[in-house]
Write a protein that binds this ligand. Structure first.
Ligand SMILES: [Zn+2]
Length: 447
């Protein structure tokens, strides 16, 4: 009897579909709390290792911190082409449980959705990549190149995982192409499917403004009041039109979205994008952010008591730099715009993200993504884009790898709940997204 049951189990497991396997991995991954900080991504690395081992796939846990290990595994191809890297980070941003209507680490299923921190960013992608990786092995699929699975720690904070790997284990992750997070799939009001392939990203460039003046009693106003100088400086920066710059991705982006109904108004402005940039940007902040370095003041610090004028006031700015500009160019522009000797413009100490050229729109992988999507839906819009948010992909682009944020899961919530409350994904798109991703990977690995 016992033997009979076991045999039945074995049949059930081997018959698991890609969709079921993706969903099973996904639910297991959501239940592992890898909130960063502290991360504890080794939980995910060990889970993946155990699942891969069941399928006879060896993997390595690598990294500089035992609690924050990365996982790397490889399926060998025939060596005709350079490897394909499937990457997804294992950490998530923290939650504020009071603001969630469901527990954030229970993978609650409700109204066709699966809820949990990481549902969008990016355990759905990780689960799908794992499931496809396992299927390639199970079905002994012939491959024209090695396929590498990488789940890296600490993407959401310091990117220490990917940087450690690049320094210490480059040969284990080096590849021609990488499929990564940050692609976006959505539906327009007239039901056109839009697939945005992330080929480039803006560079977080935090800036601190420090204003200095004389301290004194609040009853005697002074022209050199540090708080007043600081607020003037912030106002100059946020009102200014920063210079406009396009790259191969953003130029194509504008051309493609102008074909969509909701952006038809762009068409007459396209021939002179640069000249029309302010009009376009004023109308749509998303488009504005595609064209220029942006500034959001986010934190202020000054004063201890309402009747005491402080001698110093500080603001922190979340600056998202175009990859075509250097930090120094940005600081210098800010100094000129502020034009006030009482204000110092300082880089926030800390990590530096690399600024890189967009990954090309002419590679075999970019074309395979585009063609696979078009085969599935000939009316779909496939558009390259530069993400406002940064990912670990930037570090790989800086090493010369072509990295694409692959758009496979339909986004139901606008804005996306990534990093927000009640993060969730529709169960049906988790499943059809895994199938789409599998087709893309098949297209690029078939001998
Ligand atoms: Zn992410």
């Amino acid at each position: 009897m016992r033997f009979f049951l076991l045999a039945l189990c074995a049949i059930a497991v081997s018959a698991e579909t890609l969709e079921d396997r993706t969903q099973r991995y996904f639910i297991d991954l959501l239940r592992l709390n890898t909130s960063n900080a502290p991360g504890n991504e080794t939980l995910v690395a060990q889970y993946i290792q155990a699942e891969l081992r069941k399928e006879g796939i060896e993997s390595e846990l690598l990294g500089g911190d035992a609690n924050r290990l990365n996982l790397v595994a490889r399926l060998k191809g025939n060596g005709a082409k350079r490897p394909l890297l499937l990457m997804a980070h294992s950490d998530v941003v923290p939650v504020e449980p009071k603001l969630w209507t469901v527990p954030a680490f229970d993978a609650v299923q409700k109204d066709g959705f699966i809820y949990g921190r990481g549902a969008v960013d990016t355990k759905s992608l990780l689960a799908a990549e794992m499931a496809i990786f396992v299927e390639l092995k199970q079905k002994k699929t012939p491959l024209n190149r090695d396929v590498i699975l990488l789940s890296e720690a600490d993407e959401e904070a310091g990117s220490t995982g990917i940087q450690w790997l690049i320094r210490n284990a480059w040969d284990k992750i080096d590849a021609e192409f990488c499929l990564n997070e940050a692609g976006a799939r959505s539906l327009t009001p007239d039901k056109t499917e839009v697939f945005q392939i992330q080929t480039s990203e803006k560079v977080p460039t935090r800036v601190i403004l420090v204003a200095r003046g004389s301290a004194g009693h609040g009853s005697l106003p002074r022209k050199d009041n540090a708080v007043a100088h600081l607020s003037d400086a912030i106002s100059k920066l946020t009102k200014a039109y920063m210079p406009v710059q396009f790259n191969t991705t953003t130029r194509r982006y504008f051309g493609e979205i102008a074909k969509l109904d909701e952006y038809k108004w762009l068409q007459p402005l396209l021939p002179k994008l640069e000249a029309n940039a302010n009009e376009i940007g004023d109308r749509d902040p998303e488009l504005d952010a595609q064209m220029r370095t942006t500034v959001s003041p986010t934190m202020l610090r000054a004063g201890m008591k309402v009747n005491v004028i402080p001698n110093q006031a500080e603001a922190q700015l979340d600056v998202r730099r175009l990859p075509g500009e250097t930090k120094e160019e940005v600081y210098e522009r800010f100094r000129k715009l502020i034009n006030d000797p009482a204000i110092e413009v300082l880089p926030e100490p800390g990590q530096d993200m690399p600024a890189t050229e967009p990954s090309a729109l002419t590679t075999e992988l970019y074309k395979a993504i585009e063609e696979t999507i078009k085969k599935q839906n000939s009316k779909a819009a496939v558009i390259p884009y530069m993400s406002r948010g940064a990912t670990d992909g930037a570090f790989l682009r800086a090493k010369g790898m072509a990295v694409y944020g692959v758009p496979v899961f339909m986004r139901d919530d606008k804005p996306s709940r990534a990093h927000g409350n009640d993060e969730r994904i529709r169960a049906s798109t988790l499943r059809d997204g895994a199938t789409l991703l599998q087709k893309i990977i098949t297209a690029i690995t078939q001998p």
